[in-house]
Design a binder for this molecule. Sequence first.
Ligand SMILES: NC(=O)c1ccc[n+]([C@@H]2O[C@H](COP(=O)([O-])OP(=O)(O)OC[C@H]3O[C@@H](n4cnc5c(N)ncnc54)[C@H](O)[C@@H]3O)[C@@H](O)[C@H]2O)c1
Length: 334
Amino acid sequence: MFSEWLKASIDFSKLLVLCDENTFRDCWPILKGILPSDVLVDFFKMEVGEVSKSLSICNRIWEKMTSMKMDRKDLLVNLGGGVVCDVGGFVAASYLRGISFVNVPTSLMGMVDAGLGGKNGIDLNHHKNRIGSFAFPIATVCDPVFLKTLPDIEWKNGCAEVFKHALIGDAVLFETLSVDGCTRENFTALLHSIQSVKLKVVEDDPFEDGFRKVLNFGHTVGHAIESASLKKDSTPLSHGEAIAMGMIIENEIMFQLGGLDASSNNNCREVLEKHLTKVKITSYSDDDLLEWMQYDKKSANGIIRMSLITSIGSCSWNVEVPQEIIRKALQSFR
Ligand SMILES: NC(=O)c1ccc[n+]([C@@H]2O[C@H](COP(=O)([O-])OP(=O)(O)OC[C@H]3O[C@@H](n4cnc5c(N)ncnc54)[C@H](O)[C@@H]3O)[C@@H](O)[C@H]2O)c1
């Protein structure tokens, strides 16, 4: 069916599949069997992890495409997590000024977030996602079969984004998640609702002129914690743990600002601590965290701005937050 759909959607004669070492081992054997047999198919395997979000990897993929004589009608299929989707989207958007690509996300993060929404990009030294573009895949094909081999730690990372989507845009989904969390068992039934939140936001504001910033809820404080942990801890926090803590603390900030009621704040904290992580930020100083927050893409001229929920299922963006409020909120987690 995938093969017939591909052939009906786009008239191509060559197809390159981009994967990393893990998705080459675990997912490529599944995809290989359902690709069209009458086109030239090849693959490019990149190193696992953020290290592959680099210009040198892009160069090697463009060279591979050139050696295959791929033209503007040919197709790239991104088979992997957020890293593969980010790199592949950028590579496809730039090759011959843009060729078609399909995302086949294989991680939870990829299926609920990175594979959707048209943002792609690579890192520049330690600056994450510094180079990139907006380019939309002709489709994002999510098959939960791929998730069987996804390690638990990666599952947890994706779960943080699932809760984020519910908190910014779907109170009913949050209610459902409050009971069992997002598990491998209930995920397929919830996938549509989870994706709908992001897809609606992207439809309203595809190029992040304003509203799309709500997708950044939890990330100003979360990224600060993640960066502080990467610098200080011998076993750094995972991205999911940091973002979960970010959401909890940002809710406390909004509560302090008078924009979120106490019962929603407490309810969220309880649910996120139960399903994602317990907050421990004692080893990072307020000054360190505030400094990292200044680097956040929404902050400018020393003013820290956040996307903060006003109730469960609704979020505002560009909220200016005075540093005293951030310090006060952080104190309640010391
Ligand atoms: N463009 C966007 O809108 C957007 C949104 C969120 C995140 N991102 C980006 O996504 C990246 C994080 O994504 P991620 O968490 O998926 O990381 P990832 O792509 O590195 O995947 C995580 C790990 O899981 C492995 N993996 C993936 N699928 C697997 C499977 N089915 N079986 C076995 N192993 C599998 C990968 O090899 C990797 O080791 C970051 O670079 C982030 O910046 C982009």
